[in-house]
Write a protein of this length. Structure first.
Ligand SMILES: [Mg+2]
Ligand SMILES: [Zn+2]
Length: 245
């Protein structure tokens, strides 16, 4: 059996050039979005998006209208080239995101790349009994908390999700992770020195890693900073200098 490589992507600002939640909310509810209280004083993010989706649809906009806004969201430059090269090298592709199944699916399909992604782990979207698009937390408030000590939001711990994914589908020869947010730090701690960790320049995780030595110091993997996927395409194209597990 050939041992595969695994490529893990965060979605917002890592695979697409936007925050999908903010794009939808800003489009339909610009006033509410402009006056959002700071994160410490507002409701949990997934609940806030769910509540906003209800307001959007109760206000007369349809799921189709929401889809049309999502279909215009651009991908990160060179993302298509990267996904195609991962397919060509038989790398398994996982999206690990705090967005939701509906937004991710619509955007990937709009770019014709849904088939280049093996799996998506994120907050589940569903249709309620009034026919409205709704979002649930990946870990419901009624379920046991993840108790992760890292910078993970209450609804998803990407590190634990990655552990479970590897236990189910692995082992993998080499893992590459592409992220930008603080919730991409916990899965980064799972990476070995032979793996690849691509952190987006100018975003929250890059700021933490470059200004807080104690944060960067916990990583076993070397960090490659990026502004578009061209540098990742280049790195991935190099033959892996690591032996199989
Ligand atoms: Mg992100
Ligand atoms: Zn975590």
């Amino acid at each position: 059996m050939t041992v595969q490589d695994l490529a893990v992507f965060d979605f917002d600002w890592s695979l697409i050039e936007a925050d999908s939640d903010a794009t939808v909310c800003k489009h339909f509810c610009p006033n509410k979005w402009a006056s959002l209280p700071p994160s410490a004083q507002r409701m949990q993010w997934t609940d806030l998006i769910d509540q906003t989706l209800c307001e959007i649809q109760d206000g007369g906009s349809s799921i189709d209208d929401i889809e049309k806004v999502l279909q215009r969201v651009p991908m990160v430059p060179s993302a298509l080239e990267l996904l195609e090269s991962l397919r060509a090298s038989n790398t398994r592709v996982l999206i690990l995101s705090d967005a939701n199944t509906f937004f991710i699916d619509v955007i990937l399909r709009a770019h014709g790349v849904r088939d280049l992604v093996s799996d998506i782990i994120t907050n589940p979207a569903y249709t309620d009994d009034q026919g409205r698009l709704r979002i649930n937390r990946r870990i419901l408030s009624t379920e046991a908390p993840h108790n992760c000590p890292n910078t993970c939001t209450v609804n998803i711990c990407k590190g634990q999700e990655l552990d479970r994914y590897i236990a189910t589908h692995g082992p993998f020869r080499r893992i590459m992770y592409v992220g930008d947010g603080m919730n991409d730090y916990c899965p980064g701690l799972r990476l070995k020195h032979t793996d690849l960790y691509f952190v987006r320049n100018g975003k929250q995780l890059a700021r933490a890693l470059t200004t807080k030595p104690e944060v960067a110091g916990r990583l076993l993997v070397q960090v490659t900073y990026w502004k578009d996927h061209a540098v990742i395409v280049e790195t991935v194209a190099k033959p892996a200098a690591v032996p199989s597990l």
